[in-house]
Design a binder for this molecule. Sequence first.
Ligand code: NAD
Length: 272
Amino acid sequence: MPTPPRHTRLRGQKALVTGASSGIGSAVALHLAREGAAVAVNYAGNATAAEAVVADIVAAGGEAFAVRADVSKEDQVEAMFGQIIERFGTLDILINNAGLQQDAPFDQMTLAQWQRVIDVNLTGQFLCARAAIREFKRRGVVPEISCAAGKIVSISSVHEIIPWAGHVNYTASKGGVMLMNKSIAQEVSPWRIRVNAVAPGAIRTPINRSAWETPEAYESLMKLIPYKRIGEPLDIAGAVTWLVSDESDYVTGASLIIDGGMTLYPGFAEGG
Ligand code: NAD
């Protein structure tokens, strides 16, 4: 098979994608590599899946390695950044993607369910962003590499704004991500560090399999999506790549919603 053309918007840049062994994270890792970035593929437990993503990147002529860390654990995050700096020399791009759901009716939600989702989805993004920004500030802008000293894109969710019964821990984590990001962006802009979020609607990945895997579930999901199709990981990967490229150099503190219109109050399409 002929090798697909390679693009170079991220040539010479070093990236970390958390939770990159599946779903949106693996698509983003492949897309960044296709644009020339060397990619650290973080995973929590599934080494085989992470190595498969690395192998795909290498097969396409890119550079990558897999690095294990539970993003909710400070010592593991620090060790992961140590490995990345040792291997790549520095970091230019962080994609804060790792996340999970532990759903329950509110009055049955255990403290452990609440805490785990906040620990991974919110504290995990804090720990990785803090480590990345320390490196971005230390190194500063390298004009031949990028206009910015560093770029962070956090994968949030439409549930940073849409309430979601039965998922209070998840919505609290994603609402937290939104304002954490905007506040970090405000604080670090003078260092030419950009911090943005992508807020996906329903994307076909393992996290929401029950919402799309049967025809009945898919039909019910379509009631929420004016564009009448589920999103695919590539819908997110292209936008993330743009947000970490110099093409978006004046964009910071934004939450880019990518949802086929889910946040357009579809119930109002007929009446209201
Ligand atoms: P996914 O389950 O395929 O990906 C989540 C990844 O995070 C997995 O690889 C998982 O192993 C990893 N992870 C979980 N806990 C971790 C930890 N402690 N440390 C490191 N990695 C960990 O699902 P996805 O849809 O690709 O999710 C990626 C992100 O997108 C999540 O933050 C999710 O909340 C967000 N999101 C997804 C959708 C959707 O419809 N799929 C919509 C909105 C937001």
